[in-house]
Design a protein around this ligand. Structure first.
Ligand code: FES
Length: 496
C-alpha cells in the first residue's frame, strides 16, 4: 500500500496516511469543522497547499471557482491524499463557528485550552486568546476504555474499586496532552475549559458516580467544578481558572450544553433541534424561551456496539455505502480493506436494503437468509438490522416525545443539527429514508464536534450566561412518558 506524509501547519504535525485517504478523514479528528457537511458550499474547510499536489476534479474546480478560491487553495471536503503534502489549515487561523457564522470574541492575553472529554476520544486545542488562532491540537483515545467502551461499564468499574485509578488516569492523560501542546509555546495558560458527559465529569472531578448505577439513576452533583493545577497534579500553571462546565442532567452533560451554545439554539426564535450521536445519544429541541432535552439508548449501536461487525469511525471501517447500477459500493476510512462497519454505513445499509426490497417493513430479511454481504467479508445480520431498528426508534421516539413536551409538531422545527463522531460521514437522505428523523432532509445539517466548538467559545465567554440557559432547559425522562412504549414500538417499523 502506498503511504504519504501529510504535514499540517501551523501545528507542524506530520501524519502518515494511505494513498487516496480523504482529507476529511484526517482533519475532523483535529477538531476541523465541516459546516456545510462537505457539500462544497460554505468554503470554511479550505486549506492552502504549501507543498505537493492535490488533484482537482471538475466538480472540485467548479466549487473553488464559485467560492472565488485562489489557485493554491483546496476544499478539504473534496480532497484526497495522493502525494506527500504540506497544508495550512485555514480554520486554525481564528475560525470559531456559532450557528455557521463566525463567533465574535473579545481578545485577551495568553492562551486558553479547550478540552472535549469524550467517553471514547479526548481532544484538546490550544487557543491564542488574542487572535482565537489554534496553536496546537492533541487527540487521544480515552485511556479509560480499558474499563469498557460505554458509560455503564465505566460506572461499574468505578463501583468495582477503580474510581481513583480512573480519575488519576484521565487527569494525567489530559495534563500530558496540554504539556505536549505547550512544547513549542512560551506564553502562559489563562484558562482551561473542559466539557464532557456527566459520567466523565464526575470521574474527572473525583466525585461519586454510584447514584448513576441504580434506579432512579439520578445525581444532584451536576454543577460547575473548578480546580487548581496542583489538585490535578498538573505541573504547569494556569493563571485564571480550570473549569469543568456544568451538566444539564444525569445523562446529559456539559458537552450538550456546549452544543446548545455552538449551534446558537438558545438564541433563536424558531425551534431548532440538536442530536448528538456519540456513545450516548442525546436530543435537544428548543428556542430562546424554552429548551427540552433527553438522553436515549441509541448511541452504542452507532458506535458499533451490539453490531456483529460494528466498529467506530476509524481506519478500516466502512463509512458509507451507495448504490451504483444496483450494486452496493463501499467507502472505507483510510482507503484500506474493510474490517467492519461504522454507524453512518449502518444507516446507509438499511436504507439501501429497503430500497432494494431486501428488508421488509418489520426489518425482516425478505430472503429468509441470516445476513447480507456489504463489501469484502463484512456483512450485516438479521440481529444487526433489529439493533438498528431499536436505535433509530429511540431517536425518532425521543424527538416525538420532546416535541410533545413543548406542545409543538415536529414540523415546527426549522433546523436540526447532527453532531457526533461519525456525523461527518452520515448520509442525511438515508437518515430520513429509514425514518430515524422524520423531517425533510433540507433542514438537517451536520455540525461535527459541537462540544469542542462550544468549549472554545466558553474560553472567550464571560458574557455568555450559562445559568440562564440551564434555567430554561428541562430534562425529560423519555421512559417515564406514558406514551413512550407505544411511540417507540411504532417507530421501529420502516414505513417508507
Ligand atoms: S465547503 Fe463546506 S465543508 Fe467543505
Amino acid at each position: 500500500m502506498i503511504r504519504h506524509t501529510i504535514t499540517l501547519q501551523p501545528l507542524g504535525k506530520n501524519l502518515k496516511v494511505n494513498d487516496q485517504t480523504p482529507l476529511i478523514d484526517l482533519l475532523h479528528e483535529f477538531g476541523v469543522e465541516f459546516p456545510c457537511g462537505g457539500k462544497g458550499t460554505c468554503g470554511k474547510c479550505k486549506v492552502r497547499l504549501l507543498e505537493g499536489e492535490i488533484e482537482v476534479n471538475e466538480v472540485h474546480r467548479k466549487k473553488m471557482e464559485q467560492l472565488g478560491l485562489p489557485e493554491e487553495w483546496r476544499l478539504a471536503c473534496y480532497s484526497s491524499c495522493t502525494s506527500n503534502i504540506t497544508l495550512e489549515i485555514e480554520q486554525f487561523n481564528h475560525l470559531i463557528l456559532a450557528d455557521e457564522t463566525e463567533f465574535d470574541f473579545c481578545p485577551r492575553q495568553g492562551f486558553g485550552v479547550a478540552v472535549d472529554l469524550g467517553t471514547t476520544t479526548l481532544v484538546t486545542q490550544l487557543v491564542d486568546l488574542k487572535t482565537a488562532c489554534i496553536m496546537a491540537v492533541e487527540t487521544l483515545v480515552n485511556p479509560q476504555v480499558k474499563f469498557g467502551s460505554d458509560l455503564i461499564s465505566r460506572v461499574q468499574a468505578s463501583l468495582d474499586g477503580h474510581a481513583l485509578e480512573m480519575t488519576q488516569m484521565i487527569r494525567f492523560a489530559i495534563g500530558t496532552m496540554i504539556r505536549q501542546m505547550l512544547k513549542n509555546h512560551s506564553a502562559g495558560i489563562q484558562k482551561v475549559v473542559l466539557v464532557g458527559n456527566t459520567v466523565m465529569q464526575l470521574i474527572f472531578s473525583d466525585c461519586d458516580v454510584s447514584p448513576l448505577s441504580a434506579y432512579p439513576f439520578h445525581t444532584t452533583n451536576l454543577g460547575m467544578k473548578s480546580f487548581t493545577p496542583s489538585e490535578l497534579n498538573w505541573n504547569f500553571s494556569v493563571s485564571e481558572s480550570i473549569i469543568f462546565y456544568p451538566s444539564i442532567g444525569s445523562f446529559v452533560g456539559s458537552d450538550i450544553l456546549a452544543g446548545i451554545v455552538a449551534t446558537g439554539l438558545h438564541q433563536k426564535d424558531e425551534y431548532t433541534a440538536l442530536i448528538d450521536l456519540g456513545t450516548n445519544g442525546e436530543i435537544v429541541i428548543g428556542n430562546r424561551d424554552r429548551i427540552v432535552c433527553a438522553s436515549t439508548a441509541a448511541g452504542p449501536a452507532f458506535e458499533g456496539a451490539n453490531i456483529s461487525m460494528g466498529m467506530r469511525a476509524v481506519t478500516g471501517a466502512i463509512s458509507s455505502l451507495r448504490l451504483e447500477n444496483d450494486q452496493i459500493e463501499a467507502t472505507v476510512i483510510g482507503n484500506t480493506s474493510p474490517k467492519g462497519i461504522c454507524g453512518s454505513a449502518l444507516i446507509d445499509a438499511v436504507a439501501i436494503f429497503r430500497r432494494l426490497e431486501l428488508v421488509g417493513i418489520f426489518g425482516e430479511i425478505n430472503s429468509g437468509d441470516e445476513f447480507i454481504y456489504l463489501g469484502g467479508k463484512v456483512k450485516l445480520t438479521q440481529k444487526d438490522i433489529n439493533e438498528f431498528q431499536l436505535a433509530k426508534a429511540a431517536i425518532a421516539a425521543g424527538l416525538a416525545i420532546l416535541a410533545n413536551n413543548l406542545s409543538i409538531r415536529l414540523a415546527d422545527i426549522s433546523e436540526l443539527y447532527i453532531a457526533g463522531g461519525f456525523g461527518n460521514y452520515i448520509n442525511i437522505d438515508h437518515v430520513v429514508e429509514t425514518g430515524m428523523i422524520e423531517l425533510p432532509a433540507e433542514i438537517i445539517h451536520k455540525r461535527g464536534n459541537t462540544a469542542l466548538i462550544g468549549a472554545k467559545m466558553f474560553l472567550f465567554s464571560d458574557h455568555l450566561n450559562i445559568y440562564e440557559i440551564l434555567a430554561k432547559t428541562k430534562l425529560v425522562n423519555l421512559e417515564c412518558d406514558s406514551s413512550f412504549q407505544d411511540i417507540y414500538v411504532d417507530k421501529m417499523l420502516f414505513l417508507k
